[in-house]
Design a protein around this ligand. Structure first.
Ligand code: SF4
Length: 93
């Protein structure tokens, strides 16, 4: 078990890949690089990126959407209007 000092916690960036114990879940490194990391992505950036992807998927032909849903989402379409809000709430939490 590692012990975090207060100054280590304060320096942590707002990054979607940062675990609760301060480890990076995106890169194969032991300790987070901090604010200067070029791979850092904030929760807001992640949310916007996924929202953009869902909008692009929603604009595809219905048969292509269905094919993608079956192949990658188990038949579920998180980008469809009824599911979009629920999907975004799951991403934010
Ligand atoms: S800032 Fe960089 S090193 Fe730190 S958690 Fe994010 S991606 Fe990993």
């Amino acid at each position: 078990m590692s012990i975090c000092r207060v100054r280590d916690v304060v320096k942590r960036p707002d990054c979607i890949a940062l675990s609760k114990v301060g480890r990076c879940t995106r890169l194969n490194i032991g300790k987070c690089k901090g604010e200067e990391c070029t791979f850092k992505r904030t929760h807001k950036e992640e949310f916007n990126s996924i929202q953009h992807a869902y909008q692009r998927l929603a604009n595809l032909d219905r048969s292509i959407q269905s094919h993608i849903a079956k192949k990658y989402y188990g038949g579920y379409m998180p980008w469809s209007k009824g599911n979009l809000l629920e999907s975004m709430e799951n991403i934010e939490s």
